[in-house]
Write a protein that binds this ligand. Structure first.
Ligand SMILES: Nc1ncnc2c1ncn2[C@@H]1O[C@H](COP(=O)(O)OP(=O)(O)OP(=O)(O)O)[C@@H](O)[C@H]1O
Ligand SMILES: [Zn+2]
Length: 892
């Protein structure tokens, strides 16, 4: 068995914690109070529940201040996986298990009891055996050593399941004692039975039975005789009674006959009356029939039929009705056609009216258009005149160019040229005028200077002045200039005249442009007018045609309407004819129906007459039969009256009273005889019962004797079984003791290599003795504390090994759990402990869990678990030591 995982919640100092465990040696370490032992306890608790707690109660494991606690354990056993889950809850100050579940390969088991049983079965050990073998708790060093040999014996027997053999032995012993007490009881029963049989045999029961049976036979004979006499008396009585009864019956019968006769007579009279009434009715019906026949004969003349025969009448009626039906349909058709035609006439007339008014309207529109056409024509004539006028104006305006220096169109530029020539001329004139003025001034100055004898030119004295003659030159220049000026002024005058002419030409050009534009506009308007005039003419013609067309259509419709009216008049004539024919048919039908009714009434009357006749005949027959019955009854009555005479009745009465008296007496006698017989029978029954009882006693005696024989042999068997079980257990135990002694010596040698001790002895009663080298024996209690610790560990390991080897099937081999095993050991012995642990691992213990803070042990671990308590939350925490740490510690 191997623990795979443990999970805790609110278990003592743990909040939420989980730990996976591996194969090999796991060392759990941490400071005091951190929760190491609690972790091991939790595993133990998960397996065994409250049985794992010893004196403590469930509420101890729930973390103080919490309500609920959970433990979950997963383990593998024999290659199969299991999971245990337990949940506790605090209710008041007591805790209860609210969930306990074991899931395994064959399903789930629930409930603390069943789970514990299953775990015990699986591991082949209960909680106590578990702590004795696999789980060495802290401070329990001396437990096995202090135990008495008897306690040790029980414990080891239990572990090796030798307890069962002891149980069987006890059961065999119980069985033997049980058989013994039954045997003693049966012996007493046998004695008692023998005494009873003897007493019964002494009573001579068979002689008594014979005497009683012969008296009984006599009484039975007497009873038979009296019974046959009583039978005779009863027959006599019956005969008399039947005679008297018959007499009474006859009297009643006669009375009945008289009553019947009276009844028949009155019925006959009644029926006779009915027959007469029916005869009366019959006559009445016959005369009614005659009347109907007369009426029918009268009607026959009115029909064209030869006889009034129902079928002929009926078929005639059908014919006439069919004809009437036909006529009604025709009538309906004619009416419909009249209505339709009238409607058609009205419609046609309305349409004709409508068409005529349309024609009228079209003509009016055409007249209107005529007027407008006339107006348009006048407007066109006016415009044509205007165009002609405008053409004349243009002609006259253009004539101004006839002898002009330029052609039409050149006036504008010609004027511009002339004006610029003039400007140039004016400026030349101004220049010449200015030159004249300066020459005049110069002449005036020169004359003045010359008068003063000075040079007119340079102001020097004339004598010797080169410029004296200049004045003459200037006067000549002045004359030339003045001549030039007057020429220029002539030119200007001429130019002014030409400019005037040019301006009038420009004016003429503009006028022509305006006139031509005007003419263009007028001509366009004229064209438009002409077109619209044409449109109106067409429209007017169309309207006139339309008017004519409508009038023609209206005429056609009116003709058609008057045709239809004459058709309606014809139809009305037809209508009258049909109605007349239908009136005739109606009269004939009435006659025929009456005739048919008469036939039906006549037939009914025939039937009634027949019925009445039949009934009268029936009544006659009935009364004939009654009369016969009446005479038969009278005959029968006479016969009955003659049947009985008074003597016969009297004899019967006497016989009846004698028989009655005898019967009374004989009944008394029989009753007393029967009482005697019953008494005798009771006595016989008593004796017979006693005989039967004797037989039964003899049978029981035989049975008890056989039973005693069997019990004797059973007792012997139980005794043998008891000894066998005892011997078997002693033998097995002896074998275990030898093995255990060997294993213990091996283990102790391994952990305590010391010269002081030679061997340990374990005797058949599990008494332990340690022998010193000098051969002196020592009790284990006499060893030192450390030695005791080692001795204890050796013993546990030896038991563990014995268990692993000595049990058949899969050895449970739970994890070997050691809590603080080093407490009493010195460092040298810790080394031995390490080799013990290792040798256990080598022996095939899958998991070894050790709580310790010894460095050397830590070094030997395959894995490390560190337990730590959080200072603030006060909850323990589990932490797996890293592989490197374990390896590092080991290498030190
Ligand atoms: N019901 C409980 N609720 C809370 N804490 C609890 C409860 N029961 C016990 N404890 C605490 O659990 C702690 C751990 O105890 P445990 O015996 O597991 O420690 P340890 O690590 O084995 O110490 P040591 O090395 O001294 O043996 C203790 O300090 C104790 O006060
Ligand atoms: Zn001069």
């Amino acid at each position: 068995m191997r623990v795979d995982r443990v999970r805790l919640r609110n278990f003592k100092c743990y909040g939420e914690a989980e730990l996976g465990l591996e194969r090999g040696v796991t060392i759990v370490h941490g400071v005091n109070g951190s929760g190491k032992s609690t972790l091991l306890e939790a595993v133990f608790f998960a397996l065994y529940g409250s049985k794992a707690l010893g004196d403590r109660t469930l509420d101890d494991v729930i973390t103080t201040g919490e309500e609920e606690c959970e433990v979950e354990l997963e383990f593998t056993h024999d290659g199969r996986s299991y999971r245990v889950e337990r949940r506790l809850k605090l209710r008041g100050d007591r805790a209860t298990t609210t969930k306990c579940l074991l899931e395994g390969p064959s399903g789930a088991i629930e409930g603390a009891r069943d789970v514990r049983h299953e775990v015990t079965e699986l591991l082949r050990m209960d909680a106590e055996a578990f702590v004795n073998c696999a789980y060495v708790r802290q401070g329990e060093v001396n437990k096995l050593i202090h135990a008495s040999p008897g306690e040790r014996q029980d414990m080891i027997d239990d572990l090796l399941q030798l307890g069962a053999l002891e149980e069987y032995r006890e059961r065999a012993s119980d069985a033997r004692l049980g058989v013994k007490s039954v045997l003693d009881g049966q012996r007493e029963v046998l004695e008692d039975l023998r005494r009873q049989v003897k007493r019964k045999e002494d009573q001579e029961l068979h002689d008594r039975l014979n005497a009683l049976e012969s008296s009984h036979a006599d009484v039975v004979d007497d009873i038979e005789r009296f019974e046959s006499q009583r039978e005779n008396a009863r027959e006599t009585l019956e005969t008399a009674e039947s005679v008297l009864e018959r007499h009474e019956e006859t009297r009643e019968e006669i009375a009945d006959l008289e009553e019947g006769i009276e009844e028949l007579r009155s019925k006959i009279a009644e029926t006779e009356r009915k027959r007469e009434n029916a005869g009366e009715t019959l006559r009445e019906r016959r005369s009614e029939r005659e009347e109907l026949e007369d009426e029918r004969d009268g009607l026959l003349g009115e029909t064209e039929l030869e006889t009034i025969d129902a079928d002929a009448v009926e078929s005639r009626i059908e014919e006439l009705e069919a004809r009437d039906e036909e006529l009604r349909d025709d009538l309906e058709d004619v009416r419909v056609s009249i209505t339709e035609r009238n409607g058609e006439v009205e419609r046609l007339r309305e349409e004709a009216d409508e068409l005529e008014s349309q024609a009228e309207q079209a003509r009016e529109e055409a007249d209107e258009l005529d007027e407008r056409i006339e107006n348009d024509r006048e407007a066109i004539a006016d415009r044509e005149e205007t165009v002609d006028d405008l053409d004349d104006d243009v002609e006259s305006a253009r004539s101004a160019f006839d002898d002009a220096p330029v052609a039409f169109g050149g006036a504008e530029s010609h004027l511009e040229k002339l004006e610029s020539d003039r400007e140039e001329l004016v400026s030349t004139i101004n220049d010449v005028t200015a030159e004249i003025r300066s020459v005049e001034n110069a002449i005036e100055e020169g004359e003045r200077l010359r008068e003063a004898g000075k040079c007119p030119e340079c102001g020097q004295d004339v004598a010797g002045s080169p410029h004296v003659d200049i004045l003459e030159e200037k006067r000549e220049t002045l004359a030339t200039l003045e001549e030039r000026l007057s020429g220029l002024e002539d030119d200007r005058e001429e130019l002014d005249e030409r400019i005037e002419r040019a301006e009038s030409l420009v004016e003429a050009e503009r006028r022509v442009d305006r006139l031509e534009e005007n003419r263009e506009n007028v001509a366009q308007l004229l064209e438009e007018k002409r077109e619209s005039l044409e449109d109106r003419r067409e429209q007017r013609n169309r309207l006139r045609e339309e008017g004519d067309e409508h009038e023609r259509e209206a005429e056609t419709k009116r003709e058609r309407a008057s045709d239809l009216e004459s058709e309606v008049a014809d139809a009305r004539t037809e209508l009258g004819e049909i109605n007349a024919e239908r009136g005739e048919i109606k009269e004939r039908l009435e006659t025929l129906r009456r005739a048919s009714e008469i036939e039906a009434e006549r037939a009914e009357l025939d039937r009634e007459i027949e019925t009445l006749r039949q009934r009268r005949a029936d009544w006659e027959t009935m009364n004939d039969e009654r009369r016969e019955q009446l005479s038969a009854d009278r005959e029968h009555k006479r016969e009955l009256e003659s049947e009985f005479d008074d003597d016969r009745v009297e004899t019967a009465r006497t016989k009846q009273s004698n028989a009655e008296q005898y019967l009374e007496k004989v009944d008394e006698k029989l009753a007393s005889l029967e009482a005697d017989r019953d008494e005798l029978q009771g006595k016989i029954g008593g004796v017979e019962e006693k005989i039967e009882e004797l037989e039964r006693l003899r049978d029981r005696l035989e049975t008890v004797e056989e039973k005693l024989e069997r019990l004797d042999s059973l007792y012997d068997e139980a005794e043998t079984l008891q000894t066998t079980y005892g011997e078997l257990r002693a033998e097995l135990r002896q074998r275990n003791v030898e093995t255990l002694e060997r294993l213990l010596n091996e283990t102790f040698d391994l952990v305590y290599q010391n010269d002081s001790y030679a061997a340990i002895d374990l005797d058949g009663e599990y008494r332990l003795t340690v022998y010193q080298k000098d051969g002196e024996p020592l009790e284990p209690e006499q060893l030192s504390g450390g030695e005791r610790a080692l001795f204890n560990l050796s013993l546990r390991c030896a038991i563990y090994r014995l268990l692993a080897e000595g049990v058949e099937g899969t050895a449970p081999m739970p994890p070997l759990i050691l809590d603080e095993p080093t407490v009493f050991l010195d460092s040298g012995h810790v080394t031995q402990l390490v080799s013990l642990v290792e040798s256990m691992r080598d022996l095939g213990v899958e998991q070894i869990v050790v709580v310790s803070h010894d460095e050397e042990l830590i070094g030997a671990a395959d894995s490390l678990v560190r337990v730590e308590k959080d200072a603030t939350s006060n909850r323990s925490r589990l932490e797996r030591g890293r592989q490197t740490e374990a390896a590092l510690l080991r290498s030190d």
